[in-house]
Design a protein around this ligand. Structure first.
Ligand SMILES: [Fe+2]
Length: 540
């Protein structure tokens, strides 16, 4: 681990782990129930859906697991069933692509192995034909040691949700003493293993801990997941060929990516298997004639290095990289795929799910904002350098599309060519935000962006102490005319309500994640009307 460049320190995934922890030996399975990681479903299509579970306490090389899908929660009307085998080569995870289903139907599923039956999960296939409404929970950044997954619980209790769109940072790689672990001991959420995860065994153990969480299990058992990874499923500020938080003494980067993505495909209800470091996770889902959900990989597949990668802090060299039109975010193949997806979508809406902020946000002068005397947050010397750098109003966070302005211009141009009704949903920022997406030199939005905050991960307010509450929000909104909304203090999720008339985003926020109980409220509702994306976001 090393200290990252201060330009990138402003928010989001971009925080250094402060302490190194010596790697320790990690344990295996403990005794207990067979299905202690719950169930999940994901990647629904019109006739099939991925069903997932894991069997625990097994040491045999082959374990047989039976599964059932029914139309009712009592399994009187079973419509599909089968047997699969699992074993140590896939960490005893089970993934079934249950087919022969009907479109637009809620199904119930369960597994049986080792003399036990799993809890019953509920899922839903994609609807076909005319569709009037679809509703999604959009989430990102669930850092287990930093707090309770109240947000997952809150989503589980919403009866309207068709699917959860998880935009990544489903796990974090850090060990005890690293980023956002200051409450881990008191909350009983010490990372497992207690060190930064690097090997396949490490990543598997980390997923096992996250998946044992009861709030996570409640959400997964209620609705299908459509998930993509961001950086922390691998390591902080990852790109195709490296990462801020990957060092030579941690082995080859390609080897680490292979381990991380193998564990992801084992433990997440995503269709397919990890094949190599170049596993494709960009894919699309069609909700009848209402919307195409296009999921992108802005992280690993085609991303060139960030302008401040490898500790680069020289403003001139960073500037040259920003101006280099050849630097890509998606890579040529994914760009071509994205354009075809937009072109072929005849649905009313194109909803684009991707990881990092698209809005061209510049950093306001932080001098009148940051409290240099406060004991909390980033160390004072880092705060001081941040304030100095902010005086030239640099693009905020070079790990976002802000570090790839030419690729962003091409991305928005592709949307403008093929879509009249585009909404981009974004994670990673640990901040609720929304804005209009206007290409450089243009005068009207070609899409709008809605950014969900984190499930638990700390935001601006936790590591950049302010002279008065709301100061960062106010200055950022004042300085960036395309932004419509920003909330920096609370964690939560974005409810996306898609109809033939409009898309309404609702930011559902909780009052805290370190207390066992919580209260929630809807902080803001913003609307974009069908055929009127050019007018941008309006209050709803
Ligand atoms: Fe994050």
């Amino acid at each position: 681990m090393k200290r990252r460049s201060f330009l990138g320190l402003i928010a989001g995934s971009a925080v250094t782990a402060y302490l190194n922890v010596t790697r320790a030996a990690t344990g295996g399975d403990e005794a207990g129930t067979v299905f202690r990681h719950g169930v999940a479903s994901g990647d629904p299509l019109g006739d099939r859906v991925i069903l997932w579970t894991r069997v625990s306490g097994q040491s045999k090389s082959r374990v047989r697991v039976r599964w059932q899908v029914a139309k009712d929660p009592d399994f009187r009307e079973v419509v599909a069933r089968g047997r699969v085998r699992t074993g140590p080569e896939r960490d005893y995870t089970v993934k079934v692509d249950a087919d022969g289903l009907e479109p637009g139907i809620a199904y119930f599923y369960r597994f049986r192995a080792g003399g036990e039956t799993s809890t019953t999960g509920r899922t839903k296939t994609l609807p076909d034909g005319r569709l009037d409404a679809a509703r999604f929970a959009v989430v990102s950044c669930s850092n287990h040691p930093y707090g309770y997954f109240h947000v997952y619980r809150d989503i589980a209790e919403d009866e309207e949700i068709d699917a959860v769109i998880h935009l990544g940072d489903y796990i974090y790689e850090y060990g005890m003493g690293g980023y956002a672990t200051e409450y881990a001991e008191v909350l009983g959420r010490i990372p497992e293993p207690p060190v930064e995860v690097v090997t396949l065994a490490d990543y598997r153990q980390r997923y096992a801990q996250y998946k044992a969480d009861p709030d996570s299990q409640a959400m997964r058992a209620r609705m299908p997941l459509i998930a993509v990874w961001d950086d922390h499923e691998i390591t902080n500020d990852a790109w195709r060929d490296g990462a801020q938080n990957h060092q030579d003494d941690e082995g080859s980067y390609a080897g680490r990516v292979a381990a991380a993505t193998q564990a992801y495909f084992e433990w997440m209800p995503i269709r397919g298997e990890a094949r190599s470091a170049e596993s494709r996770i960009f894919r699309s889902f069609r909700y009848g004639d209402l919307l195409s959900l296009i999921m992108l990989d802005t992280r690993l597949y085609g991303r060139d290095a960030q302008p401040d990668a490898n500790g680069e802090s020289d403003p001139e060299r960073i500037g040259r990289r920003l101006n280099d039109a050849s630097r890509r975010m998606l890579g040529a193949e994914q760009e071509a795929w994205f354009e075809r997806e937009l072109e072929q979508s005849s649905a009313v809406w194109q909803v684009i799910g991707q990881q990092v902020m698209v809005s061209p946000v510049r950093t306001p002068d932080l001098e009148p904002i940051v409290d240099m005397e406060a004991d909390a947050g980033l160390p004072r010397d880092m705060r001081k350098r941040l304030v100095e750098v902010s005086k030239s109003n640099p693009p905020m966070l070079l790990d976002t599309w802000n570090g790839y302005p030419h690729a962003r211009q091409d991305f928005l141009a592709a949307i403008a060519r093929h879509s009249n009704n585009a909404v981009v949903v974004t994670g990673d920022l640990h901040t609720s935000m929304a804005g209009d997406l206007i290409p450089e030199g243009g005068d009207a939005p070609v899409a709008v962006e809605m950014i969900t905050t984190s499930v638990t991960s700390p935001g601006f307010d936790q590591y950049l102490p302010q002279q008065r509450p709301g100061a960062i929000r106010d200055a950022t909104l004042d300085f960036n005319a395309t932004l419509r909304y920003m909330e920096t203090s609370r964690r939560g999720w974005l409810k996306l309500n898609v109809t033939r008339d409009d898309v309404i985003g609702e930011w559902h926020l909780v009052d805290g994640v370190q207390a066992p109980n919580y209260t929630k409220s809807v902080d803001r509702r913003l609307r974009v009307a069908t055929g009127e994306v050019g007018k941008g976001l309006q209050d709803a």
